[in-house]
Design a binder for this molecule. Structure first.
Ligand code: HEM
Length: 277
C-alpha cells in the first residue's frame, strides 16, 4: 500500500515483515551509485563513531547472510562495505549513556539531511525538526528499540513530494529554488512522490539495531494509469494536516498539484471542502 493511503499525518506505522523480505534487491550494482559519493562527498554520506566497528561488523554479517558472503574490497569500514552491496542506506543505532544513538551510517540517498550532521545524534535529536515528535512519538519509538526481538523485522514508509529525480538530496534548497520555473503542463512529469521504505531489526550479538532507508521516486503522471491510486493521492493531499504540510513544504506545490489533479479530473481543494457541483 502506498504510504499516503496510510497517513496524511505523522505516524509511527511500524509493522512486522518476514525476515526474507528485509532487503528488497533489484539494483544490479549499487556500488556504482554509492562509491563516487563516498569518494567525493564523504562527510555528507558517511560517518562512524569510534567504537562502532563491532556493531558495523554485525550489520555486515547480516547483509552477508541475506545476500551471500562476498569478499569486501580492502580498507573499507565494514558498514560501508555492506552498504555498497545493497540499494538501502544502512544506519547503525546503539545505546550509549542511556540513549539510542546513530553510531555509524552510510547515507547515499538522504532526504534533506547529511551523515555528518546526524552522526552521534540520539533519537530525540534526530527528530528535533519533526513537529510534536517528542510529545507524540519519542517514548513509543524508544520502547520499540528496547523491545525489538532478534527474529522480528519492522517496516514503515513515509512520503513527500519533490521536483527532482535525484536520490542524493542532502539539501532541498536548490530543488525548491526551481519550483517557480516549472510549467503547469510539466507537473505530472517533474513532480515526484518520494517514498522512503525503512526497516528496523535487532543486532542480537552487540545489542544494537540496524535501521535501513530505501528511497523510491515516482512521477505524479504514473498515477494517471491507476485511478484508485490517483484518488488516494488526491485525498491525502487534501486531508494532510497543517503541521504535516508545513514540515514537508507541500504548500510550495499546491498550485502545480492542483492544476495536475484538475486536469486529471479529480476534484481538488487544499482544505478538503470539495465543491458540490
Ligand atoms: C524506527 C522508528 C522510527 C520512527 C517511527 C520514525 C519516525 C519519523 C517520522 C514520523 C518522521 C517525520 C517524517 C516522516 O517520516 O513522515 C521522521 C523523520 C526523520 N527520522 Fe525518523 N523514525 C524512526 C527512526 C529513525 C532512525 C533510526 C533514524 C536514524 C537515521 C531516523 C532519522 C530521521 C530523520 C533524519 C528524519 C528527518 C528529520 C528532519 O526533518 O531533519 N529516524 N522519523
Amino acid at each position: 500500500m502506498s504510504p499516503w493511503e496510510q497517513a496524511a499525518d505523522f505516524a509511527i506505522g511500524l509493522r512486522p515483515i518476514p525476515a526474507t523480505a528485509w532487503l528488497q534487491g533489484g539494483e544490479a550494482a549499487p556500488w556504482l551509485r554509492k562509491d563516487p559519493l563516498f569518494a567525493d562527498h564523504r562527510n555528507l554520506v558517511w560517518g562512524e563513531i569510534e567504537g562502532s566497528r563491532d556493531g558495523q561488523e554485525e550489520v555486515a554479517a547480516l547483509v552477508g547472510a541475506a545476500l551471500g558472503a562476498q569478499p569486501a574490497p580492502g580498507g573499507l569500514p565494514p558498514l560501508y562495505a555492506a552498504a555498497r552491496r545493497v540499494t538501502d542506506d544502512l544506519c547503525l543505532m546503539e545505546k550509549t549513556d542511556g540513549a539510542w544513538r546513530l553510531t555509524a551510517l552510510s547515507l547515499s540517498a538522504p532526504t534533506f539531511f547529511t551523515a555528518g550532521e546526524a552522526l552521534g545524534c540520539s533519537l530525540a535529536e534526530l527528530h528535533g525538526p519533526v513537529p510534536s515528535f517528542g510529545d507524540r512519538f519519542l517514548a513509543r519509538v524508544q520502547r520499540v528499540f528496547e523491545a525489538l526481538r532478534p527474529d522480528v523485522v519492522l517496516e514503515r514508509r513515509n512520503w513527500t513530494l519533490v521536483n527532482s529525480p535525484e536520490l542524493f538530496a542532502p539539501d532541498p534548497a536548490p530543488m525548491r529554488a526551481r519550483i517557480a520555473d516549472l510549467a503547469p503542463a510539466d507537473a505530472g512529469r517533474e513532480l515526484r512522490i518520494r517514498v522512503e521504505r525503512q526497516t528496523l531489526r535487532r543486532l542480537p550479538r552487540t545489542g544494537g539495531a540496524v535501521f535501513t532507508i530505501r528511497v523510491s521516486l515516482e512521477p505524479l503522471a504514473a498515477l494517471l494509469a491507476d485511478p484508485p491510486r490517483l484518488a488516494g493521492f488526491a485525498k491525502a493531499w487534501r486531508s494532510a494536516t497543517p503541521q504535516f504540510r508545513q514540515y514537508k513544504r507541500l504548500d510550495l506545490y499546491d498550485d502545480l498539484v492542483g492544476d495536475f489533479l484538475r486536469a486529471a479530473g479529480e476534484t481538488y481543494s487544499v482544505n478538503g471542502s470539495a465543491s458540490c457541483n
